[in-house]
Ligand binder design. Sequence first.
Ligand SMILES: *Cc1c(COP(=O)(O)O)cnc(C)c1O
Length: 375
Amino acid sequence: MNDFGRNTQKIIDLEALKSNYCAVASLAPKSNTIAVIKADAYGHGAIAVSKTLASIVPAFAVAFIDEALLLRTNNISTPVLLLEGPLAERDINLARQYNFWLMIHSTYQLDWLIAKDYPKDQPVWLKVDTGMSRLGFCKQQLSDVIIKLRNLGYKNLVLCSHCACADDINSTKTSIQSLQIKELANQYDLPLSLANSAGIISWPETYGEWNRLGIALYGVKCTNGHTDDSHINKHTDNLSLSQLQCKLKPVMTLQSSIIALRTIKAGEHVGYGNQWQAARDSIIATIAIGYADGYPRNVKTGTPVLINNTRAPLVGRVSMDMISVDVTDLSEVAIGDVVQLWGKELPVEIIAECANSINYELLTRVSARVKSVYC
Ligand SMILES: *Cc1c(COP(=O)(O)O)cnc(C)c1O
C-alpha cells in the first residue's frame, strides 16, 4: 500500500492536452482556435490547463467572470472570452481592467456597456440565436444592436452563435445554422464564430475566424458515438474522424485503489439495499471512491473498472465513499492494487453510458476531495 493515505486521484496529462489542442486546431488552420476552459477546465484544473496552453492559444473562453479572474490572479495574461457576457454592471469595469472579451446576448448587457462607456477598441462579441433558443439576439434585434454599436464607434465586433446538434453527424441542423450565421456575417461584414469541438471535427462549414474548442481538448469523444466516418470526407485534408479520435489522448485518468477484499458465498448480498446477490462464490473488492468523489451513483451493475489491465464489473449500489467490484475472474488481485475508473485505458464514454449521462458531466463533476496529480 502507498504511504499517502487515500489514493483516490485524478491524473492530468498536460502533454496530452497540448497535443490534443494542436491536433484539433490543425484541422482548421485558417481559424483562430480558442481553448474553452470553463468549469475548471471541464474538471481538469483551470490553472494548470491555462498555464500549459497560454503560449499557444490566442484566447481562452470561460462561462462567467469569476472563472476569468482566477486566471488573472494566477498571472495568466491571455485574453479571456466570457461566454455568458457580463452578469452584473460591475463586470464591465472588470472586463476593461483585465482585458476580458464580452459576449453580449441580451439588451440589458448592451445598456451596461454603453452606460459604462466601454472602450471602443475592445472586441465585442454579439451572440445571435440561430435555433438553440438559449442565448442570443434574434435577427431583428441584431440589426438594431449593430447599428447602435457602430454609431457609437465600436469597430471590433464579432458575430457568434452556438451549434445545437453538431454532435449528431446525421442532423441537418448544423448546416442550417452555418448558413444562417454566414448570411448574417456577410450582411453586416463581420467575422464569425460558430464551431465547438464537434463542429471543428465533423463540420468544416461551421468554421469561422474564431472556433471554440472545448471537450475535444480533453481527449474524449464529442460525437454521438458513430465510428462511421464516411461523411467526414468533407474534410479538405482527408483526416478521418477515426484517425483524429485515435490521435486524441484522454487527459484525465480517475483512479483509486482496493482497500478491502473478501470472499462471499453464493446467495450473499453486496451493498446498500442488498441489491446485488452473488450467483456463485465470489471475491468482492472494495474500492475507495464513491458518489461524493463524483463517481456517478446511478451506474448500473456491470459497469467496468480496470484492475491490473483487466476489466471487472461493479456490483451493487455506489456508496458515498466506496464501490464494490466482483473480482472473482481476475487472476491476481491484492489490497492496494490501483483501480482505473476512467481514463487512458477505459474511455469515460463507456462509464457515461452506464450512468445514462455524457462525458462532459462526468468530467466536470469529479469533486474537490479527489486529489489532482499533474504530469
Ligand atoms: C462550452 C461551450 C463551447 C465548447 O463546447 P464543446 O462542445 O465542449 O467543444 C463553445 N461555445 C460555447 C458558447 C460554449 O458554452
